[in-house]
Write a new protein. Structure first.
Length: 652
């Protein structure tokens, strides 16, 4: 790790002298996913080579599962090209043997002609095979990429919502998205390169062994400096990048801040431009220095490597000369061996670089596989009893404790909800309303207690069919960058027949957003994302109406509305609650801090610190002393209080 430390120092020369104050961003901790990089930096090349067979098997397995045809083509064509290399070299030896024979020149040329044709043909066929192999490889790599990406998103969209509360899961997911996912295609690419390099070396060695076996050790000797140089350069490049990873992440972060529509307003309002550009400049100065340092040391290694190769070549020439003088090798064989040497150099280099990269990328790919394992532990198994709907939902001593928290967010709650009711959850911030609503909606599973639909434990019901009876208007809705119509339609994109529920326009009318959508340049086909051409945006309240339309379009038996009117104006809010009261066959669960909106609810559940402390309708709860009356009166006072005269201005 000495190299890492050195590169780090060079990357930020003023590190020790710097004052860490508010005018400068603090240095970031190295992220956990760099642990593999460190591991690679401490692994010897021999240890890497030992793990190679397993890695190659794994990569070929992945390629095979993606496209058998392209895998066979990539590897098969490369091997065939190798065979052509051997043929070509052998034919060249024959050409040289004929040309160096003690005969008149025209006779020598005539004798060499068939072998020359053979050598030229071998060369042409090898070139064609190489191009075809490259083509198969180019087809294979993106396919592997998409397969792995799909596997990743298949897992991230199937896991329980609770998985996202687990910090370990989130970090692993980011790490996999950062690198692990991309490296799957790389390991296939490197493996094919490794096979290509290996085939090249073997093909040359085979040719040399046929020409004159004694030349084989010479070939190996000549390639050693090249191999050492390639390994050293690849590893130095990697270690240098490793030492700068954290700083580069900071650069990416700053770059993303400075070229982003969402941050543009704040950057201008707070005049942060100078600060951001200054930080970027400071970091790029360190980066430039690190780049120059790398270029310098790579040039030195390349020079030393070239000198070593030169010396090795001189040694090989000396050995060849000796063999020629002593008659062990004929002149033609020696010349062919020199050609073989050139070919072996390039192949060996490919092999060494591919080994280094394959080993490193395989470590990141392992992260991806670990993540899929972890995700599968967070995923409910498909199957179970189909859920036909419900008439009653019953909570029996239900609790939920978030990971790594001391107190349960919902604590031993028992209640019964019936279809046709409008119920409300009330309480102060953080008392557990949203968590309880998510339990009702089946988005979370209780950590203890049982939830039953018509007497059946929901954990015995098929999660997909259970979810099909639920619609949720969440507090933290997302502005999906789709058209206005799609933003509603995704509420139930797989509705079996269009006539079985409200149309998109009906839902939009019910949520008082139809006129707004018609006012957009392309009506329901208007793209709601200004970052794309012809894209538009809506105000916060207009978006909230669109979200309401989506959940009405879903037309589910259970509708959970968490602060559905937080961004609505008074008229829209009134219309929204009127609409929610007009759903006699549904169970509506409302969460709102504006208590006037739930006066008509059939039942109000009042929560404090995760527990149910009161329940009843508005009149019953107002008739008693308690939290509900206290909160309601506090709010009502604000509306009813007569405006008091402004306090007199005090004169000094
Ligand atoms: N994902 C989470 N991980 C850990 N703790 C959480 C998580 N979500 C909520 N909590 C905690 O659980 C408790 C209940 O939160 P919840 O969001 O259910 O409250 P709430 O009554 O809906 O609050 P508000 O009225 O502010 O929306 C709070 O103490 C909160 O900090």
């Amino acid at each position: 790790m000495e190299d890492v430390g050195r590169a780090r120092q060079l990357a930020d020369p003023d590190e020790t002298a710097a004052d860490i104050d508010g005018s400068r961003l603090p240095e970031l901790e190295d992220p956990d996913w760099m642990r593999h990089a460190r591991e690679v930096s401490q692994t010897s090349f021999r240890a890497m080579a030992r793990r190679l067979p397993r890695l190659v098997r794994e990569a070929i397995g992945l390629a095979w599962a993606t496209s058998r045809c392209n895998t066979i083509a990539s590897i098969g064509l490369n091997i065939s090209a190798g065979v052509m290399t051997t043929f070509g070299l052998l034919a060249t030896t024959t050409v040289l043997t004929e040309l160096f024979a003690a005969r008149p020149t025209p006779d020598r040329v005539r004798a060499a002609l068939p072998a020359l044709l053979l050598a030229a043909s071998a060369l042409a066929v090898r070139g064609t095979l190489n191009i075809a192999a490259g083509w198969a490889q180019a087809r294979l790599v993106p396919q592997v990429n998409y397969r792995v990406e799909l596997g990743m998103f298949d897992a991230t969209t199937a896991v329980d919502l609770a998985a996202f509360d687990d910090a370990g899961f989130a970090e692993e997911m980011d790490r996999v998205r950062d690198r692990g996912m991309r490296e799957a295609a790389s390991i296939v690419d490197h493996t094919v390169n490794l096979v290509t390099g290996l085939v090249g070396v073997l093909a040359t060695a085979a040719a040399v062994a046929v020409i004159q076996p004694i030349l084989l050790p010479c070939l190996l000797l000549a390639t050693v400096p090249e191999a050492v140089t390639a390994v050293r350069m690849a590893r130095r490049q990697y270690l240098n990048l490793l030492a700068r990873t954290t700083r580069r992440r900071r650069m990416w972060m700053l770059a993303a801040l400075m070229a982003n529509r969402h941050t543009a307003a704040e950057i201008r309002a707070y005049q942060m431009r100078g600060f951001l550009l200054g930080e970027y400049l400071r970091i790029t100065a360190g980066e430039t220095e690190a780049d120059l340092d790398l270029a310098r040391s790579q040039a030195t290694t390349r020079m030393l490597g070239a000198s070593g190769s030169g010396l090795a070549s001189v040694a090989v020439y000396a050995v060849l000369g000796g063999l020629l003088l002593t008659g062990w090798v004929v002149l033609a064989a020696a010349a062919a061996a020199l050609l073989a040497l050139q070919a072996a150099h390039a192949s060996l280099r490919t092999m060494v670089v591919a080994t280094n990269s394959l080993y490193e990328d395989a470590l990141y790919y392992q992260d991806y596989r670990d993540f899929l394992d972890r995700a599968s532990r967070h995923t409910r198994p498909v199957g179970g009893q189909p859920a036909a709907g419900f008439d009653t939902i019953e909570f029996d001593q239900v609790s939920l404790r978030y990971p790594d928290t001391d107190n349960p967010a919902v604590d031993e709650i028992s209640l019964t909800l019936r279809r046709g009711q409008v119920i409300a959850l009330v309480g102060e911030n953080g008392c557990g309303k949203t968590t309880l609503a998510k339990l009702i909606a089946g988005l979370y599973r209780p950590t203890s207690g049982v939830i039953r639909w018509d007497g059946v434990d929901t954990s015995d019901l098929d999660p997909h069919s259970l979810g099909s009876h639920v619609a949720v208007m969440t507090q933290e809705w997302w502005k999906f960058p789709f058209t206005a119509g799609q933003n509603i339609l995704i509420g139930r994109h797989d509705r079996p027949s269009p006539g079985t529920g409200p149309s998109v326009e009906d839902a939009a009318r019910a949520a008082t957003v139809h006129e707004i959508v018609l006012g957009l340049p392309h009506g329901y086909n208007t793209l709601l994302d200004r970052e794309y051409k012809d894209g538009h945006d809506l105000s916060g309240g207009q978006w909230q109406r669109l979200v309401a339309a989506r959940s009405l379009y879903r037309d589910a038996r259970l509708l959970v509305c968490d602060e559905p009117s937080a961004a609505l104006d008074a008229r829209a809010e009134h219309a929204m609650f009127q609409q929610l009261r007009r759903q006699p066959d549904k169970l509506i669960v409302l969460i709102t801090h504006r208590l006037a909106n739930i006066r008509h609810a059939d039942k109000i559940f009042v929560m404090r610190e995760g527990r149910l402390v009161q329940q009843g309708n508005h009149d019953e709860l107002m008739a008693r002393d308690g939290l509900y009356r206290e909160l309601f009166d506090l709010q009502a006072t604000g509306y009813l209080a007569k405006s008091s005269p402004a306090p007199a201005t005090q004169t000094p």
